[in-house]
Design a protein around this ligand. Structure first.
Ligand code: AP5
Ligand code: MG
Length: 195
C-alpha cells in the first residue's frame, strides 16, 4: 500500500490537492473533516457531538477520531493506498496511525506539508464561507482553528521530520502549480499511476 498524509493548516489546500492526487495516483481519500460533516448532516449521535467541537474550532477528542479512522481503513483494505487528509492532528493520532498501519504491514510513505502564510489562509476560508456557507468558515472559528493547529497539530511536523518523511511544499501558488510540486515528490518516491 502507498500511504500519504496531506498536512497543513486549515485552508492550506489539503482537500483541493487530495482531489488531484486521487485522480493521478488512484489513492483512496480519507478526509476526517468530510466524514464528520456527513455525520452532522445525518444528525447522528457522533455528528451532534462533533458539531459542538467544530463550531468552536476545537478538535474532536482523539478516541472518536481514532475509532473512525480504524473503521474506514478496515472497510477499504483493498485500496492501493490511502491519502489521509485532516488526520493525524495530534501526536496521539500520529502514534495511532503508525500502529494501525504497522499492524497491517504497511506504513506512511510521505507527509506533504502545504506551507501557506496565515493572511492567505484567513482570506481563503472567509471566501469559502461566503460561497458555501461552511459553518466553521467565520472569523471567530477560523482564529480558533488556526490557534489549535499551531498548538496541537504543528508538533507533528517534528514527529514526521525525525522519521525522514516530511516534505514541505510551497502552498501559496495557484492550485496547478502546487500540484506540480506535490507530483514531483510523489513521482520521486516512485509512485506511478497503475490503472
Ligand atoms: P477539516 O475539514 O479537516 O478542516 P481544516 O483542516 O480546517 O481544513 P479545510 O478543509 O478548511 O482546508 P483544506 O486544507 O482542506 O483546504 P481546501 O482545499 O479546502 O476539519 C474541520 C474540523 O473537523 C476541525 O476543525 C475539527 O473540529 C474536526 N476534525 C477533523 N479532523 C479531525 C481530527 N483528525 N481530529 C480532531 N478533530 C478533527 O482549500 C481551502 C479554500 O482555499 C477552498 O475554498 C479552496 O478552493 C481554496 N484553495 C485551495 N488551494 C488554493 C490555492 N492554491 N490558491 C487559492 N485558493 C486555493
Ligand atoms: Mg479540507
Amino acid at each position: 500500500m502507498l500511504n500519504v498524509v496531506i498536512f497543513g493548516a486549515p485552508g492550506s489546500g489539503k482537500g483541493t490537492q487530495s482531489e488531484l492526487i486521487i485522480r493521478k495516483y488512484g489513492l483512496f481519500h480519507i478526509s476526517t473533516g468530510d466524514i464528520l460533516r456527513a455525520e452532522i448532516e445525518k444528525h447522528s449521535e457522533l455528528g451532534t457531538t462533533a458539531d459542538m467541537y467544530i463550531k468552536e474550532g476545537k478538535l474532536v477528542p482523539d478516541q472518536f477520531m481514532i475509532e473512525i479512522l480504524t473503521q474506514t481503513i478496515e472497510a477499504n483494505l483493498t485500496a492501493k493506498g490511502f491519502i489521509f487528509d485532516g488526520f493525524p492532528r495530534t501526536l496521539a493520532q500520529g502514534e495511532a496511525l503508525e500502529n494501525l498501519l504497522r499492524e497491517r504491514n504497511t506504513n506512511v510513505v510521505a507527509v506533504l506539508n502545504l506551507d501557506v502564510e496565515e493572511d492567505e489562509l484567513v482570506k481563503r476560508m472567509l471566501n469559502r464561507g461566503k460561497e458555501t456557507g461552511r459553518s466553521d468558515d467565520n472569523l471567530y472559528t477560523i482564529k480558533n482553528r488556526l490557534n489549535v493547529y499551531n498548538i496541537q497539530t504543528e508538533p507533528l511536523k517534528t514527529f514526521y521530520r525525525k522519521k525522514g518523511k516530511l516534505f514541505s511544499i510551497k502552498g501559496k501558488d495557484d492550485v496547478n502549480e502546487v500540484f506540480e510540486s506535490v507530483s514531483e515528490v510523489l513521482d520521486r518516491l516512485a509512485f506511478k499511476t497503475r490503472k
